[in-house]
Design a protein around this ligand. Structure first.
Ligand SMILES: *Cc1c(COP(=O)(O)O)cnc(C)c1O
Ligand code: SF4
Length: 334
């Protein structure tokens, strides 16, 4: 589980007044002036998957609004304790795709390396909330075997660093990974899946850009679900990445009560484009235990996409996909 792994870089002060990282639901509710009646259930849900919310993300929430789309992504709720058929611990078949410690090879030409279990923020709908991180070898000790596999399998031309969040690693660790990737002769692209710039735009500094310098073109896929997650600091971080030659894409998850309306998704696409980021995927929720209340039905999703296509140029419409175990690619729905 993500939370079992310590934050790799720094340890921000938690809770208390002026804390940069909120881990106690009481502090979050108090900061937003919300009803303490939500607290007992929040505490219980947080026992299963701890709450973790950087203060900068809280600052973008609307005080006094329990339905705020940013708050909904991070506040533990009683709904998480519900169980439902088809919702399990490994909904996307990651365990079967493992070819080396932390290395998943599911799709032709690209492999995904789980480089850490840590994230700066804990998203309640995350499909990794129940993933057995202890067994993945998602740590520097496992990287060597993963790179041995990459050297041996010449069919893999793109390496994806994922997790957890790769940008929670120190620049020194990232540099090691980039250099190891540079040394795999047949690799043609390096991709990074991260939500870190959204919650900690200051992470994108000169030191990080130096660590990411590679012989390979670098593609960074952000994870933003709502236009209000994009503030001036994130726009600046994106500008720095682009100036360094990094290609910026975004993936979102379609989430009930967060972004399940065409107008909301249109505003997100417009805000992404303004920041120099193109929408890539809109994922249907992976059916992980504890996330049933975020599910949007396929029929509803298709109807939202129809409305979205009528509002935006084609290049600002993300591809609606579902991840299904055993398929050769993510399954497009329209
Ligand atoms: C999503 C995913 C990828 C990347 O798929 P793209 O369609 O190339 O974005 C690669 N490997 C694994 C295991 C994945 O889950
Ligand atoms: S940042 Fe990504 S990997 Fe981490 S909890 Fe959120 S959705 Fe999951």
């Amino acid at each position: 589980m993500i939370a079992a792994v310590a934050h790799a870089d720094d340890t921000p002060a938690t809770d208390g007044s002026g804390a940069r990282l909120l881990t106690d639901p009481a502090t979050l509710l108090e900061r937003l002036g919300l009803d303490a009646a939500l607290l007992p259930a929040a505490r219980r849900a947080a026992e299963r998957f701890p709450m973790r919310v950087p203060a900068g993300f809280v600052a973008r929430m609307r005080p006094g609004d329990p339905a705020d789309p940013l708050l909904r992504q991070v506040l533990p709720l009683a709904d998480e304790l519900a169980t439902a058929g088809g919702f399990g611990a490994d909904p996307v078949g990651d365990a079967a795709a493992r070819v080396a410690p932390g290395l998943l090879h599911k799709y032709a030409g690209r492999a995904l390396l789980l480089v850490t279990g840590a994230c700066a923020i804990h998203c309640r709908y995350c499909f990794r909330r129940e993933y057995p991180y202890a067994d993945t070898g998602a740590s520097p000790a496992g990287w060597e075997a993963a790179f041995t596999h990459l050297h041996a399998d010449r069919s893999i031309r793109e390496l994806i660093l994922s997790g957890g969040d790769p940008l929670t690693l120190s620049n020194r660790r990232l540099r090691e990974l980039v250099q190891a990737a540079d040394a795999v002769p047949q690799l043609e692209r390096l991709r990074i899946h991260t939500r870190q710039p959204v919650v900690d735009p200051g992470r994108i500094d000169a030191g990080l850009l130096a660590a990411l310098r590679s012989r390979l073109p670098v593609v960074l896929v952000l994870h933003v679900n709502h236009a209000r997650e994009i503030d001036a600091a994130l726009v600046q971080a994106c500008a720095r990445l682009r100036a360094a030659g990094v290609t910026l894409l975004n993936q979102s998850v379609l989430l009930a009560g967060v972004n399940d309306a065409a107008t909301t998704l249109a505003a997100l696409s417009e805000a992404l484009f303004a920041a120099g980021v193109l929408p890539y995927y809109l994922h249907l929720l992976d059916r992980v235990g504890g996330a049933t209340h975020f599910e949007v039905s396929e029929q509803q999703a298709l109807s939202i996409m129809g409305a979205l296509r009528a509002m935006l140029p084609g290049y600002l419409v993300p591809r609606l996909v579902r991840e299904e175990a055993g398929r050769p690619a993510k399954t497009p729905l329209c």
